[in-house]
Design a protein. Structure first.
Length: 656
């Protein structure tokens, strides 16, 4: 009863004038802005705590003082001038921005508003003032202005760059015609069509021909770089076996290396490695890298051309035992017009565009290029390209169908259903292989008929391989939304089929591998936009806990008390998977923090690095270097309960 009475009394007091006055005082004292009242003589009648704190005083120590007692003479005079204006005219000064120096010596910007005070008869008896620190606001405004200026400079530089690219393109085009005429004339003389040629003349003409080819290569590089910069490079897309392309170049380069006393060998996979690419541009990349390896490898050295198959990429490595590259030179190696070799004779053979063009071409195809090198030991130039998983689904005769469509500028979509580790999958779930393939084949056939009616799409190719658990559908349609719809339908029906046949704990994932992998600028005529590929992956679920795909903000502890902000890829009751930039040692114990929704504070615990995978060359890498799986250690019962509840809620939402 007493408690209720106290509440009633409080409410009654708050509604009274005294209660309102106390609320007003509470607001004035708690507000972070400076508030003060002055009389006609400029003496402080009242100040709030923020004002006094800024002066290093208590409110009662400020009352009765003037600005001259607190601030410098110059600043006090400026303040008094404003005060006199307000009290003389009765007009307020609103949001006056000025630079000030606090009593502690720190410069800042403040916004001041001063208003006249009146008595009951309407006579001005002083003023009221509010001052707010707007240093941060001014900094943001300055940064915004700087941003606008920088954007204007960037636009100007872009215009200059475009003009330069156009100029280079025009000049290069104009040079090609007379150069071709000169070459033709030289060849006519060399072939003795214009008359007899002496040995000395033949020697001079041969050197002329070599330099014409060198000049042609420089012009071609200048044209390529201008097209790449202007996003005008057209890629002629086709489906090839990369092994075939490399074998085509092997005889020429093996002989070229042998002339210098260098051993060149190719290490290629036994099975076909199918990729969609501009074969001529791939040849250009390979030729440039092998030429460089031969150029910078001494007699008696070795060069190897190797092809490795990664999860979703094919990796090509050109390794040599040459002179190597200085660590300080590696960051600028792929810059335009840059040559880092100390060999003067090598510098004379180009303008430093080959590696820059090769890297741009690789990235344009959705891959990456990088180098590892050590002075005096050798170099490894590596690049990756998106891989077609299968070696069987699109054999030679089917490649011809695909390439024929692409040659007609037909937009294509390739959808693959791929059972990862098919043999282990069959053993794990004890499934009848022929029946599984037949059932999945029927699901895809029925879906093809359904989407043929819905979207008027007729599959150009539909095939499967019962030995590897791979299926492939090629549509003459490149629209992203339609292929997404088809992939999601495949995923849903396969999931229902597994559930019906009690094939539990298998994961089904739509893995998007679409081109272009990066946003293209307006006006980009890149033919890669005419093709997109998607994969529906099925595989074993090997974790002890059900993993749920979910992006959750988290942080991990690194050496030297450093932390890295990360985002989970999936989470379970036992741990989570993520991608990061800082390499972690397997089995290392680290601190982690999970920002679980609806939890006021992060969940902190220890974790073991269960596995680490190098992410070089994987599609959609976005700069991440490693993917790692963490296993929770020493979770308290309360933390276990929180994580379990969160994961179960995600699982329920996914199933519903």
């Amino acid at each position: 009863m007493k408690k209720r009475k106290a509440v009633k009394t409080k409410i009654k007091t708050n509604s009274s004038n005294g209660g309102r006055y106390r609320l007003l005082l509470e607001l004035i004292d708690r507000i972070p802005d400076v508030i003060y009242f002055k009389d006609r003589q400029g003496r402080f009648v009242m100040v709030n705590k923020a004002h006094a704190k800024g002066l290093g005083l208590k409110p009662e120590q400020v009352v009765g003082k003037t600005d001259f007692d607190i601030f410098s003479k110059e600043r006090a005079e400026a303040m008094i001038k404003d005060d006199e204006y307000v009290m003389r005219t009765g007009k307020s000064i609103v949001d006056k921005v000025e630079r000030a120096t606090r009593p502690d010596g720190v410069d800042n910007y403040v916004s001041t508003t001063k208003m006249p005070r009146y008595d009951s008869k309407g006579k001005i008896i002083g003023l009221m003032g509010i001052t707010r620190d707007i240093t941060r606001r001014m900094q943001l405004e300055r940064l915004e202005k700087e941003k606008i200026n920088i954007e204007k400079k960037i636009e100007s530089l872009q215009e200059i760059s475009n003009v330069k690219s156009d100029f280079v393109s025009i000049v290069s085009h104009e040079l090609r015609t007379p150069l071709a005429i000169i070459k033709e004339a030289v060849m006519l003389i060399l072939d003795k069509i214009a008359g007899p040629v002496t040995d000395k003349q033949k020697e001079l003409l041969s050197k002329t021909e070599e330099n014409i080819e060198r000049l042609k290569k420089i012009i071609d590089d200048l044209l390529d770089i201008s097209r790449l910069e202007g996003k005008r490079l057209v890629l002629h897309y086709s489906l090839i076996n990369i092994n075939d392309l490399l074998r085509d170049t092997s005889e020429f380069f093996t002989k070229l290396a042998a002339q210098k006393g260098i051993k060149l060998e190719y290490r290629l996979p036994e099975k076909e490695v199918n990729i969609f690419i501009d074969s001529e541009r791939l040849r250009q990349i390979v030729v440039n890298l092998i030429n460089n390896a031969i150029k910078f490898t001494e007699e008696g050295g070795k060069i190897s051309v190797e092809v490795d198959i990664l999860e979703a990429m094919v990796k090509v490595k050109i390794k040599d035992t040459g002179v190597g590259i200085s660590p300080s030179d590696i960051p600028k190696l792929f810059n335009k017009f840059t040559q880092v070799s100390k060999d003067a004779s090598a510098k004379k053979k180009g303008v430093g565009l080959g590696l820059a063009i090769s890297k741009e071409l690789v990235e344009l195809h959705g891959g990456r290029m990088w180098v590892k090198s050590q002075l005096g030991v050798g170099s490894q130039f590596c690049f990756t390209l998106p891989l077609l998983y299968t070696s069987h689904i699109l054999p030679v005769q089917m490649r011809d169908v695909v390439n024929n469509l692409l040659s007609k500028d037909t937009a294509l979509s390739l959808i693959e259903l791929f059972i990862v580790n098919y043999e282990k999958f069959k053993d794990k779930y004890n499934v009848n292989s022929p029946r599984l393939i037949e059932d999945l084949n029927n699901i895809l056939n029925n879906l093809c008929k359904e989407f043929s009616q819905l979207y008027n799409l007729t599959p150009q190719i539909f095939s499967h391989d019962s030995q590897s658990g791979e299926f492939s559908i090629v549509f003459s349609e490149g629209k992203e939304d339609k292929t997404n719809h088809i992939c999601n339908s495949i995923s849903s029906q396969v999931k229902d089929y597994f559930k019906k046949n009690k094939i539990g704990n298998a994961f089904i994932k739509v893995d998007i591998v679409s081109w272009p992998l990066r946003k293209q600028a307006l006006g980009d005529q890149n033919r890669l936009s005419n093709f997109n590929m998607k994969k529906v992956l099925v595989g074993l679920e090997v974790r002890r806990f059900e993993r749920i795909p979910y992006k959750l903000k988290a942080q991990i502890g690194l050496a030297a008390n450093k932390k890295e902000a990360i985002q989970t890829l999936d989470i379970s009751e036992g741990g989570f998977c993520f991608e990061g930039r800082s390499y972690l040692e397997k089995d290392a114990h680290i601190d982690v923090g999970l920002n679980i929704p609806r939890q006021k504070t992060p969940i902190y615990t220890r974790a073991r690095v269960a596995w680490v995978k190098n992410m070089e060359g994987l599609v959609g890498n976005s700069g991440s270097q490693y993917r790692a799986g963490l296993e929770f250690l020493g979770l308290t019962e309360q933390k276990k309960k929180i994580i379990s509840s969160f994961v179960n809620s995600l699982s329920s939402a996914a199933k519903s």
